[in-house]
Design a protein around this ligand. Structure first.
Ligand SMILES: [Zn+2]
Length: 160
């Protein structure tokens, strides 16, 4: 036992095993595919990826990739694994579709706001701003905004 650990140490140059090898209780070789991406001070990072994808799948996926793409792949797997734990049904697809819905909602709001701008500009052309009826026009244009806003809300309810 004692001689094993001392020989391991001399090979690895006093480096602790990476988080993956530590969790899998195996020796961390110098060419360990995990060690550049799963440092021993971040055990949770590998634990999550292992729980969702399985260590052997992660190892296979990393070995199929050129080395310069591996750290991006690890970031992506860690992100996906976290999303999968938060939302076991949809994973990161849940986040993507929520964001797509927000984009659609914001696009609708933008289109309505742009229509409102066109509407106000047309009103300005027909009403000189110096007239005392200006206050009346501005309130009427504000009133015009609210029905549009309500329409947006019903659109939302329909799309959801
Ligand atoms: Zn290792």
């Amino acid at each position: 036992m004692k001689s094993e650990s001392s020989s391991g140490r001399s090979k690895q140059g006093a480096m602790p095993p990476c988080a993956a090898c530590k969790l899998l209780r195996r020796r961390c070789a110098s060419d360990c595919v995990f060690s550049p991406h799963f440092p021993s001070d971040q055990p949770q990072k590998f634990a999550i990826v292992h729980k969702v994808f399985g260590a052997s799948n992660v190892s296979k996926m990393l070995q199929e990739l050129p080395e310069h793409q591996r750290s991006d792949a690890v970031s992506s797997m860690v992100y996906e694994a976290n999303a999968r734990l938060r939302d076991p049904v949809y994973g990161c697809v849940g986040a993507i579709s929520t964001l797509q819905q927000q984009v659609n909602i914001l696009r609708n709001q933008l289109a309505l706001a742009e229509a409102e701008v066109v509407h106000l500009r047309m009103n300005d052309q027909f009403n000189p701003s110096t007239s005392p009826t200006d206050a009346v026009t501005s309130t009427s244009s504000k009133q015009g905004y609210f029905p549009l806003d309500m329409m947006d809300q019903t659109d939302l309810a329909d799309s959801l």
